[in-house]
Design a protein around this ligand. Sequence first.
Ligand code: ADP
Length: 189
Amino acid sequence: MEQQIITMSTPETRNKPNILITGSPGTGKSTLGQQVADSLGFDFIEIGKEVRENNLYGEFDEQYNCHVLDEDKLLDHISDRMDSDDGGVVVDYHGCDLFPERWFDIVVVLRCSTEKLFDRLQARGYSEFKIKENVECEIFGSLLEEAKESYKEEIVHELQSETPEEMEENLEKICELARAINDEKAMDQ
Ligand SMILES: Nc1ncnc2c1ncn2[C@@H]1O[C@H](COP(=O)(O)OP(=O)(O)O)[C@@H](O)[C@H]1O
């Protein structure tokens, strides 16, 4: 039988860092994620888009009236890119405990006031039920807690994202963190 060689990159073996941008829906993940990827010349995986375009769905959820994500299908679908020794991938998703810990060097949790989040989700045309759920998720800091439970605390960065100025500062900060990791790797070689 032919043996399949599976490579699994880790922060130690990757050439460039992988970055996860997480947070409640509406906190600005996809906007910032695209900017970070453009600035660093990294690939951008917007998980929601990837799921829609590749039909990575499982069962139908009656309560939410939509198909739910099939996590195994998603992980299989992106594993080649995430396990590549090249690295340099920015991922945006409103969850983080489904991914293998080894995939990320930097984890950013975006935060936003409930008032601003409410307005952003309303502008998106979300139902009252969906807005309430997402705003509650932000009030409880659920994503920050999930990130701290799933990754080493020193790689988790909580960033406020309420104004265009903060978005700019966050872009700078994340690019700096990525460059610092690249510099460290260059010194080790
Ligand atoms: N820091 C910010 N300042 C002002 N507007 C923002 C900021 N972050 C996000 N937005 C706006 O909020 C909306 C939701 O952003 P988006 O990136 O789609 O969020 P997410 O990907 O987390 O759901 C967009 O209209 C975006 O322009």
